[in-house]
Design a binder for this molecule. Structure first.
Ligand SMILES: Nc1ncnc2c1ncn2[C@@H]1O[C@H](COP(=O)(O)OP(=O)(O)O)[C@@H](O)[C@H]1O
Ligand SMILES: [Mg+2]
Length: 355
C-alpha cells in the first residue's frame, strides 16, 4: 500500500512514558501532525518500500536505559529498524550512527580520541576478572568507576575507592558489566566546583549549557529530573511523572568558553548527533576539562525557561518541522543498500531557516 505524501506525519519513537511530554505539548500547541510509536512493542517488514512507510521523518527517542524499565527489547532492535529506515531513505533524527554510539561508552571514547579531544583515562574490559589488572596496566588513579558500556541515567556505574574494594567486589561476583558484557574502568575525577557541565546541541550547533550538581553519591544526572536551581528556586519537572521523587539534583545555566563550544560542536557533527547533550567535567587535580558522555537521548533541562532563559522545545520543533518539510519535498530513494544517509541536515533546503 502506498501512502499519500501529504498524510505522512512525524513519528516519535520512544518507550519512556514521561520524558517526552514537553515535546508532545509543543507539537500539539503548533498543530504539528505526529504519531507516538511504541519502541517497546514494534515490528517492521524488511521487504517494504519507502512508499509504505507512513512517516516523513522518524525521531528516535529510544534510550539505552530502557532495560531498567523492563524494555530491554528496544535496545538493539532500535538499531535494526533505524538501519532499515535509512536503507529506504526515510529521514531519521538521531539515526543509527549516533544511536550505535549512544549504546557504547567505549566507542564514545574512541570518537573523542580520534578527534584529539580530552577524556578521562580508561580501559574497556569484557570480563570483571580483568578490572584490577586494567587499572594497574593503565596506571589509573583510584577512585575508579566501573561503567557499563550500555548505560544512561547513571545506570550500571559503581565507584571503587581502592584496589581492595574493587578486588573484593570482583571476588564476590558483584561487578556487573551490563547488557553487552562490556564496561569501562575509568578514573573518577574530583569535580571542580562540584559540578559537571552538560552542553546541548541541535543540528550540530550549540543550544545551551547547564552546570549540573549531582546529588550526593548519585550518578543519575538526568537534567529533566532536576528539581532545583542552585539558588534554591524549585523547578517544574514537566518531563517527569507527577509523583517522581525529588532527586536532589541542582542545575544552573552557564556559558562554556568558545573553545569548549567549538569542541562540543565538533563532537556533535562527527557523531552525527542531530539533537543531544555532551557532558564534560573539569578535573580539580589539573584544572583541565574532559569529555565523558555523548547523549543522543537528550532530555532538555526541566523548566528550561527558568534555567537557561528560553524553551528549547520551540527550537527542537522548528527543526523537526523543517526536516519534515524538506522530506516531503524530496523524492524518496529506491532503498538500495548503501544509499547515503544525510546526517547533518543543511538549512539550504526549501524548508526555511531555523531561528
Ligand atoms: N570520570 C568521571 N569522574 C567523575 N565523575 C564521573 C565520571 N564519569 C561520570 N561521572 C559522573 O557520573 C555521571 C554519569 O556518568 P555518565 O558517563 O554520564 O553516564 P550516563 O550515560 O549514565 O549518564 C556523570 O554525569 C558524572 O556526574
Ligand atoms: Mg551522562
Amino acid at each position: 500500500m502506498s501512502i499519500a505524501r501529504a498524510s505522512r506525519s512525524i513519528a516519535v519513537y520512544h518507550e519512556h512514558p514521561d520524558w517526552f511530554k514537553p515535546l508532545f505539548a509543543e507539537l500539539e500547541r503548533r498543530g504539528v501532525s505526529y504519531e507516538r510509536v511504541d519502541a517497546a512493542s514494534h515490528s517492521y517488514d524488511p521487504s517494504e518500500s519507502a512508499a509504505d512507510v507512513p512517516f516523513s521523518l522518524v525521531f528516535n527517542r529510544a534510550s539505552p536505559s530502557a532495560y531498567l524499565r523492563g524494555h530491554a527489547q528496544t535496545t538493539f532492535y532500535t538499531l535494526h529498524w533505524l538501519r532499515h529506515l535509512e536503507r529506504l531513505g526515510i529521514p531519521t533524527v538521531n539515526g543509527s550512527a549516533i544511536y550505535a554510539l549512544e549504546l557504547s561508552k567505549a566507542s564514545q571514547l574512541d570518537l573523542l580520541h580520534s578527534l584529539g579531544l580530552p577524556y578521562p583515562r580508561s580501559r574497556a574490559i569484557n570480563n570483571p576478572a580483568r578490572a584490577v589488572a586494567a587499572v594497574r596496566d593503565a596506571g589509573l588513579r583510584y577512585p575508579v568507576l566501573v561503567k557499563a558500556n550500555v548505560g544512561g541515567s547513571g545506570a550500571g556505574i559503581v565507584r571503587y575507592d581502592t584496589e581492595d574494594a574493587l578486588a573484593s567486589a570482583v571476588a564476590r561476583g558483584d561487578v556487573s558489566l551490563g547488557v553487552d558484557g562490556t564496561a569501562l574502568v575509568q578514573e573518577a575525577a574530583p569535580l571542580r566546583d562540584g559540578h559537571i557541565t552538560r552542553v546541548e546541541t541541535l543540528n550540530g550547533e550549540y543550544l545551551y549549557a547547564i552546570d549540573v550538581y549531582p546529588a550526593q553519591g548519585s550518578f543519575d544526572l538526568c537534567p529533566a529530573d532536576a528539581c532545583q536551581r542552585t539558588d534554591g528556586v524549585e523547578l517544574v519537572r514537566g518531563a517527569c511523572a507527577v509523583d517522581a521523587p525529588q532527586t536532589g539534583l541542582r542545575v544552573q545555566g552557564t556559558t562554556p568558553s568558545r573553545d569548549i563550544i567549538a569542541q562540543v560542536e565538533q563532537i556533535a557533527r562527527a557523531a552525527e548527533l542531530d539533537v543531544g547533550g555532551i557532558e564534560f567535567l573539569v578535573d580539580d587535580r589539573d584544572g583541565h576539562h574532559y569529555f565523558y558522555d555523548v547523549n543522543a537521548l537528550s532530555n532538555f533541562v526541566a523548566d528550561a525557561t527558568n534555567v537557561v532563559g528560553f524553551d528549547p522545545f520551540v527550537q527542537l520543533v522548528d527543526y523537526l518541522e523543517a526536516r519534515r518539510r524538506s522530506s516531503d519535498h524530496a523524492p524518496r530513494p529506491n532503498g538500495a543498500l548503501g544509499s547515503p544517509t544525510a546526517h547533518r541536515w543543511s538549512q539550504e533546503t526549501p524548508a526555511g531557516a531555523l531561528p
